[in-house]
Design a protein around this ligand. Structure first.
Ligand SMILES: C[S@@+](CC[C@H](N)C(=O)[O-])C[C@H]1O[C@@H](n2cnc3c(N)ncnc32)[C@H](O)[C@@H]1O
Length: 534
């Protein structure tokens, strides 16, 4: 395929790589490699290997503990485990930036250029449900795939935004412990994986991309807390988008420094001498530090071309984190008024309610959501107490082991559990205000697909498990109504609970969506159209 590469590209690579150029070029004749990353929010890599038909045939990706190479033709996207969110299909080198970000449970993490969500789901797995993930992308259409991938992975503590970084910077000033800038780039490193990138390359010229990256990186820098870590990554070779961007940032922000990456696994150092004019403004020590950034070359590793720089901001993060503004009523995209209620949902709330009745306060922490007005379509506005509707659903349909936390937010009839301690999102384009748990009506609550995907099977009162090779699971995933043996519906807790109601449909014990048991063996299929097996 090297014959298809633009001459301007190969000429420049030759001048950069010198005697390595021939080896670099020969990598374009090598077969491309394929990767999947096991979703630690659901299961561990060993457990996945023991239940997956692919388990025997995969090889570990050295730099990603949950990452595996798989053979072409394995088609992991065509397996019920994919629909259960047990893994994400991700190019192996693309797993490196999040490994470098050093995320721990409890961190506040921003993924600034996040769509379609490969790295966001990887970050979420590292957070293990504790802390906050803010996933943002400025391309509205792309945030749909981003939100879906986050929901498929069963992430409970993410907020999805659709904003320019300049709009986020004043809201989240020095707020994040970790920031990933997986920048839009000219994509030179992806030519082998995706030949369409070659045509894109001419359109997204290097100059244009570096001009886009500059302000994104600056806004990101403004949002990093002292002591925090920022990873800047691209999938391109061009120094203008890599070392030069980092050199410019170091020159402008003396409190940022390069944290050297260990060059293991065949990873290679960054090139200070490639930073061009941007590097000239640096002190010798700063310039040398660019060698501590990392280049993933396709002729040195099994993966595509990438670049990453790990930057830290000097200082110590405040022990209690940054203060946040108390949100009030906020306007959302569809002009529905949003009502904010602070408090813990789930177990804590139910405990308080058991003591003091529905909506009781728990030491001033728990409050009810006010009613939101919803039009019934018959001219009569329907007043809905959204939080009460959610609690009623949780009491009836979720088991005692469910412990969803977060502040309850209602956007019209849609209910979210938002990670605690978020600043006000007032005025921002909010795609998901937190874990979207469902839609409230006067006498009903429709649980969301995102709720199903974020639950463990034991957190639902009723669940029904199908083997991955059963015809039922494929029929369910295709959206068909099923007729089931009611004895197979597993009841958590009190065995006297009615069989009729929401059933969490699972495969190998991992949820794939809701069904509604209506009696007489009928399980209505609640899988949304966009989630079905195609
Ligand atoms: C390399 S892709 C991100 C891939 C993603 N991190 C993943 O792992 O799935 C770059 C993303 O940056 C987004 N983008 C471009 N300009 C942006 C900007 N000014 N602010 C935020 N995102 C931007 C693009 O829409 C694109 O989705």
């Amino acid at each position: 395929m090297s014959g298809y590469l633009p001459i301007a590209f190969t000429t420049k690579m030759k001048s950069l790589l010198g005697e390595e150029f021939d080896r670099f070029m020969s990598s374009y004749e090598d077969p491309r490699v394929y990767g999947i990353r096991i979703n630690r929010l659901k299961l561990g890599a060993e457990e996945w290997k023991s239940i997956s038909p692919m388990g025997e045939a995969v090889r570990p990706i050295p730099w990603a503990p949950e990452g595996f190479y798989y053979e072409e033709g394995a088609r992991p996207g065509k397996h019920p485990h994919y629909h259960a969110g047990l893994y994400y299909i991700q190019e192996p080198s693309a797993m490196a930036p999040v490994e470098l970000l050093d995320v721990h449970p409890g961190h506040r993490v921003l993924d600034l250029c996040a769509a379609p969500g490969g790295k966001s789901t990887q970050i979420a797995a590292k957070l293990q449900g504790a802390g906050v993930l803010v996933s943002n992308d400025n391309a509205r259409e792309r945030t749909k795939a981003l939100a879906k991938n986050i929901e498929l992975a069963g992430v409970r503590n993410a907020v999805v935004l659709n904003e320019e970084p300049s709009a986020l910077a004043p809201v989240f000033r020095e707020w994040f412990d970790r920031i990933l800038v997986d920048a839009p780039c000219s994509g030179e490193g992806m030519f082998r994986k995706d030949e369409s990138m070659i045509a894109e390359w001419e359109k997204h010229s290097i100059e244009r991309c570096s001009a886009m990256q500059r302000p994104i990186l600056r806004d990101a820098a403004a949002m990093l807390a002292p002591g925090g870590v920022l990873v800047y990554s691209t999938c391109t070779f061009s120094p203008e988008e890599n070392e030069a961007q980092i050199a410019e940032l170091l020159a402008e922000y003396p409190d940022f420094e390069v944290k050297p990456v260990q060059h293991q696994f065949g990873w290679k150092p960054g090139h200070p001498e490639w930073a061009g004019e941007a590097g000239e403004g640096l002190a010798a020590e700063q310039s040398a530090s660019l060698a501590g950034t990392v280049r993933l070359w396709p002729h040195h590793i099994e993966g595509e071309g990438h670049y990453a720089a790990v930057l830290t901001r000097k200082g110590t993060a405040p022990a209690e984190g940054m203060p946040y503004n108390e949100p009030l009523i906020q306007t959302v995209e569809d002009n529905v008024k949003r009502k904010k209620v602070k408090g813990n949902a789930g177990a804590a709330l139910r405990a308080a309610e058991k003591k003091g009745g529905r909506g009781a306060k728990d030491g001033g922490k728990l409050q009810r959501a006010g009613g939101s007005v919803r039009h019934s379509g018959k001219g009569q506005p329907e007043v809905v107490d959204a939080a009460a509707s959610w609690h009623s659903f949780a009491d009836q349909e979720l088991s005692g082991s469910f412990a969803g936390t977060g502040s309850i937010q209602s956007f019209g009839s849609r209910i979210y559990l938002q990670p605690e301690g978020m600043p006000s999102l007032d005025g921002l384009h909010v795609v998901r205000a937190g874990w979207y748990v469902g839609e409230a009506g006067r006498n009903r609550f429709e649980p969301s697909q995102a709720l199903a995907m974020g639950l463990r099977h034991s957190e639902a009162v009723r669940s029904l498990d199908f083997a991955t090779d059963s015809p039922e699971i494929i029929r369910y995933l295709k959206g068909e109504t099923l007729f089931v043996d009611a004895h197979n519906i597993k009841i958590e807790g009190n065995p006297e609970q009615p069989l009729k109601g929401y059933v969490l449909v699972c495969t190998d014990g991992y949820p794939v969506g809701w069904g509604k048991y209506t009696g007489d063996g009928m399980l209505k299929n609640e899988l949304p159209a966009g989630w079905r097996w195609m």
